[in-house]
Design a protein around this ligand. Structure first.
Ligand code: ATP
Ligand code: ZN
Length: 299
């Protein structure tokens, strides 16, 4: 492997893989795969992708074997707390961007027939989880006396196997919990996929590329909801019209031939625009309203 190339750790095969590759492609990266699929080479930028298990991603960035990683916040935080507890020093990576996929939550869940459905009254009970560091941290900060036991898979089975009184696990739809006769309780983390970056010093070329990619990722996220809006508007209503549009910067005002009262107003709106908003604009005197999608954005 070429050491001048910047390595990004991504999930080899799982819930994050497709979204991650699609995001990197939208950032302009052209990826060619090797046959064994463990490494993807960036053809037009100095990035190479390491396809690994998601659990290994934070560790690879921590050890500076990869400069960047795309992983669930749950995995990133679990590793961060583990390192900080073990080494009594801050982890060697940071979260630089929250992404718009991989949504899930880490929640407690109780057996349907248990007498407790709340974290209170759990004195001396045991919780099974794959996230012992996040859960222990939460329990100690909340001043609770609950023991934590680590389960690597099938955490939902722990109560029926008699290994725990409750669990703390990732949920998205709640179907898995229901199938195991568990009821969801408190959520301790709302997670999405995130970009993590090594805190190791980089040379300036590497740093420029890393920053460029992070900036493009943020641009891709912004563009999804953004719209370019054009309309004719009474000059007197410019302020009240721009106030109706969420997330806009100063509008561009263009004079119209043959009138001083009406102008053309163009604006980039960083949130989705609904029919109700267009109706409100019309009520303020706007006409010929056009809403067009934004393809790329660099702020
Ligand atoms: P690997 O083989 O890479 O270890 P895995 O089975 O641990 O895969 P996946 O199930 O693919 O991991 O989940 C990857 C990430 O997707 C999770 O860490 C989490 O951030 C996110 N995620 C989103 N929804 C869910 C869900 N319903 N259950 C579990 N994880 C979810
Ligand atoms: Zn995993």
């Amino acid at each position: 492997m070429d050491n001048n190339r910047i390595k990004i750790a991504i999930q080899k095969s799982g819930r994050l893989t497709e979204h991650t590759i699609s995001l990197l492609k939208k950032c302009g990266l052209i990826i060619s795969h090797t046959r064994n699929h463990l490494i993807g080479y960036g053809e037009n930028m100095p990035f190479d992708l390491m396809f690994v298990r998601d659990d290994d991603i934070p560790g690879l960035v921590q050890d500076n074997l990869c400069t960047l990683g795309i992983v669930g916040m749950n995995e990133a935080l679990e590793k961060k707390i583990e390192i900080e507890n073990l080494e009594k020093a801050p982890a060697n990576f940071e979260i630089v961007s929250n992404l718009d996929f991989g949504q899930c939550k880490l929640s407690f869940a109780y057996p349907d027939d248990s007498t407790y459905q709340d974290l209170k009254n759990l004195e001396g009970k045991t919780v099974a989880t794959s996230y012992p560091n996040i859960v222990s941290d939460y329990i100690s900060k909340a001043g609770l006396n609950i023991s934590v036991t680590q389960f690597s898979g099938a955490v939902e089975l722990a109560p029926s196997l008699g290994k725990a009184d409750l669990i703390c696990d990732l949920v998205s739809s709640g179907q898995t919990l229901k199938a195991h006769n568990l009821t969801e309780g408190q959520t301790i983390l709302e997670s999405t996929a995130v970009v993590i970056k090594s805190l190791q010093a980089m040379d300036s070329i590497e740093e420029t590329w890393v920053n460029k990619l992070i900036e493009r990722i943020q641009g891709v996220l912004q563009v999804k909801e953004s719209k370019y809006i054009m309309m004719h508007a009474p000059r007197a209503s410019i302020d009240s019209i721009t106030n109706l549009l969420p997330g806009t910067e100063s509008p561009t005002i263009i004079p119209l031939e043959g009138t001083n009262e009406t102008v053309a107003l163009h604006v980039v709106c960083k949130e989705n625009v609904f029919w109700e908003t267009l109706e409100d604009l019309k009520a303020k005197g706007a006409s010929s309203i056009l809403v067009v999608p934004v393809e790329k954005m660099l702020m």
